[in-house]
Design a protein around this ligand. Structure first.
Ligand code: 13P
Ligand code: SF4
Length: 304
């Protein structure tokens, strides 16, 4: 670690104590950010933690929709996102207005929205889901005539394949996960014949059908801990490799693609975190009327 990093961390730790701060950190964050986490996890684990924390200030080291979800659940807390440009391109592929139009075309349909969406889109939805619980959430909608699934067509497609439910899919996608390609997995499987292949359900269907396991990032962390396999080929954003390697020093983790980087996730650095705490910015707050409707969809998901 560079001296400057140690000095930065000391300043961050001092401000953290004096302001009663919790650092919630997503599995794709830079290693130095993962190292200062109070909780590191996937979208579901982080929202569950946000819902229960006693801290006064939540610093969200992730992207906008994650900070918004924390604010939806904890309106009385200050939620800080250290860089306002840390958005999710997939979440931006749908708007509340366009979803309203789709709902008019299918008046009997229920709307399931992936947590990678704005508060406004959540407010137009019946229930939220993450990649960790999407299959279970859709399975529970037994009485729904039709289901509109937004905004990730690939997660939606995967959920359909697991539940046998046909759904109306929104054509959104994650530009990072579309970099995970079949030919790279095939090449790596030939190179590491004993390895298990785990991929995120945001990958294209031809990729998920090739994999041994399709999991949220939290699922991958658990799988890596429990598997007997000594080599694991990992098809998701490469930030997760830092944690996988740190927690499992005896195992080998091979990324499907070194190009599977989410640039917005990497905007959160020790420097931006310190700036954020010094300036108590950027505060993420959802207008109350939208928050209440969005919260109904998030609560429905968290009910289990
Ligand atoms: P997880 O909920 O699996 O951590 O995924 C979040 C995400 O943005 C994946 O691209
Ligand atoms: Fe959004 Fe993809 Fe980045 Fe996840 S990896 S935050 S889905 S752009």
């Amino acid at each position: 670690m560079e001296d400057s990093d140690a000095a930065l961390i000391k300043k961050i730790e001092n401000l953290k104590k004096s302001r009663n701060v919790i650092f919630l950190v997503h599995n794709y964050q830079l290693g130095e950010v993962q190292d200062i986490a109070d909780l590191i996890g996937d979208s579901l684990e982080l929202s569950q933690k946000a819902a229960k924390t006693n801290a006064d200030v939540i610093v969200f080291c992730g992207v906008q929709f994650m900070a918004e979800t924390a604010s939806i659940l904890c309106p009385d807390k200050i939620v800080l996102l250290p860089d306002l440009h840390a958005g999710c391109p997939m979440a931006d592929m749908i708007t509340a207005e366009r979803l309203q139009e789709k709902k008019k075309e299918h008046p009997g349909a229920r709307v399931v929205c992936y947590v990678n969406s704005s508060a406004e889109v959540k407010a137009e939805s019946d229930v939220c889901c993450t990649s960790a619980n999407a299959v279970r959430i859709v399975e529970k909608l037994t009485d729904a005539e039709e289901i509109i699934f937004v905004p990730d067509q690939y997660l939606g497609n995967y959920v359909s394949s697991q539940t046998g439910r046909e759904m109306i899919l929104w054509p959104g996608f994650c530009p990072t996960h579309t970099r995970i390609r079949v030919q790279d997995i095939t090449r790596l499987k030939a190179e590491y014949p004993q390895a298990k292949v785990v991929v995120h359900p945001e990958c294209r269907p031809e990729v998920t059908t090739l994999a041994d396991e399709v999991m949220s990032t939290g699922g991958m962390i658990k799988f890596a801990r429990e598997t007997d396999a000594e080599e694991v080929i990992v098809g998701t954003e490469i930030g997760i490799l830092y944690r996988l390697r740190k927690e499992n020093p005896g195992k080998k983790f091979i990324p499907v693609s070194e190009q599977a980087i989410c640039p917005r996730m990497k905007l959160i650095t020790l420097d931006t975190i310190l700036w954020s705490l010094e300036n108590m910015a950027h505060q993420v707050k959802v207008p109350e009327e939208i928050r209440l409707r969005a919260k109904a969809a998030v609560d429905k998901m968290l009910e289990g």
